[in-house]
Design a protein around this ligand. Structure first.
Ligand code: SF4
Length: 367
């Protein structure tokens, strides 16, 4: 097979197998679209990367990419940097170790992560669960695991909160998703069920008026979505959010802080303010997990803290997500609020205001 070495406009080196790439059955429609739009930017070692970490891009998301190597491209298009494992682990959060049965992660007593699907509209290159996303279980196995998961949740009395994830639960056909929700809401002990979905961002067409109406009937269903860049806040995404908000579903969004994608205060401000305008509450700002194949997205912690401190100065509590670290090794999530820790001083505490000025907060006498 003939190989041609190209210098791409992204600055990387790519090998293009002459006449072959467009015929590859494994290339998603969205990636084909990108190959056609940016013919000089084909992928180095795509077979090796996608053998480990599958690729999938919706035509919708591919259309949002403005140039080769831009922040949306980096999130969706396989990169040879994924082959550099840099000593990182496939499962840094020990999800498998906290799985009493396949497809259920039970780390905190009152909550479970219920992995009900293995597929997503776009396979994000930074995904914490990239070890399993797109590596679909057989349909029989998935159904067996889902049934076992429902039974586990039903018999485990400490569970009050179920986060459906995977994969993306909105990839399930309605005849699977709705009965699953029916079964969960039949468990009276549950306070809430959350759908973790990036579909609003990567495939907003999945949220139809009919689906929104049906989801709106559940008593305490929450939608946790995921946007990383203000360019993802399109009219289509806004329409999908509006459909869900109008039937009364509370919407929140998490963001992952990614080097070369959104490590910029002004951009994050635009993103969080734009989410609020779509009735989506910014919820968590995640520090990158130490997941194998994602080291190129990491930022030094000192940079993370400096970005967050700037955001604290500019954004109201409604717009400011909590800065979250998921402790490697399975310690669970903790909130890192760099401005929020008071220092003990004589008779009270020194606290730092949003402006950077320090104030005195007196302690209860004798307290
Ligand atoms: S949508 Fe979520 S689960 Fe799916 S690949 Fe992206 S980050 Fe991972």
């Amino acid at each position: 097979m003939e190989l041609v070495l190209l210098f791409s406009s992204c600055g990387g080196l790519y090998f293009y197998r002459m006449g072959m790439e467009l015929q590859r059955k494994t290339v998603s429609t969205g990636l084909k679209k990108l190959i056609n739009r940016f013919p000089g930017a084909l992928l180095f070692e795509i077979d090796r990367i996608t053998a480990m970490y599958p690729e999938r891009i919706t035509p919708y998301y591919a259309e949002l990419i403005q140039e080769c190597g831009d922040p949306l491209w980096k999130q969706a298009v396989p990169d040879s940097a994924e082959l550099e494992h840099a000593g990182l682990r496939e499962d840094p959060l020990e999800e498998e170790g906290f799985s009493p049965i396949p497809g259920v992660v039970h780390r905190y007593p009152d909550r479970v992560l219920f992995l009900v699907s293995d597929i997503c509209p776009v396979y994000c290159r930074f995904c914490t669960r990239k070890r399993r996303i797109g590596q679909a279980r057989s349909r029989e196995q998935l159904l067996l695991d889902r049934e076992a998961g429902l039974q586990y949740i039903s018999r485990t009395r400490s569970i009050r909160d179920v986060l459906l994830s995977g994969g993306d639960p909105l990839m399930l056909p309605e005849p699977e998703l709705l009965p699953l929700l029916d079964r969960l809401f039949a468990i009276d002990r549950l306070d809430l069920v959350r759908i973790g979905t990036r579909a609003l961002c990567t495939a907003p067409g999945l949220v139809t008026p009919e689906l929104a109406q049906k989801l709106g009937r559940y008593r305490s269903l929450y939608i946790n979505t995921h946007f990383n860049h203000s360019a993802e806040l399109t009219p289509e995404a806004g329409d999908a959010a509006a459909l869900l908000a109008e039937v009364g579903l509370p919407l929140s969004s998490q963001t992952v802080l990614l080097a070369g994608v959104n490590d910029d205060v002004e951009l994050l401000e635009r993103l969080f303010r734009g989410l609020l305008r779509m009735r989506v509450r910014p919820y968590y700002l995640h520090i990158m997990d130490l997941t194998q194949g994602t080291a190129h997205f990491r930022l030094p912690l000192v940079r993370v803290v400096s970005i967050y401190k700037e955001l604290q100065r500019h954004l109201s509590g409604m717009a400011l997500p909590r800065l979250m670290l998921d402790i490697p090794g399975g310690g669970g999530k903790i909130s890192l609020d760099p401005g929020g820790v008071p220092e003990p001083v004589e008779g009270g505490w020194a606290v730092t205001a949003y402006s950077g000025e320090r104030y005195f907060y007196p302690e209860v006498p004798g307290g």
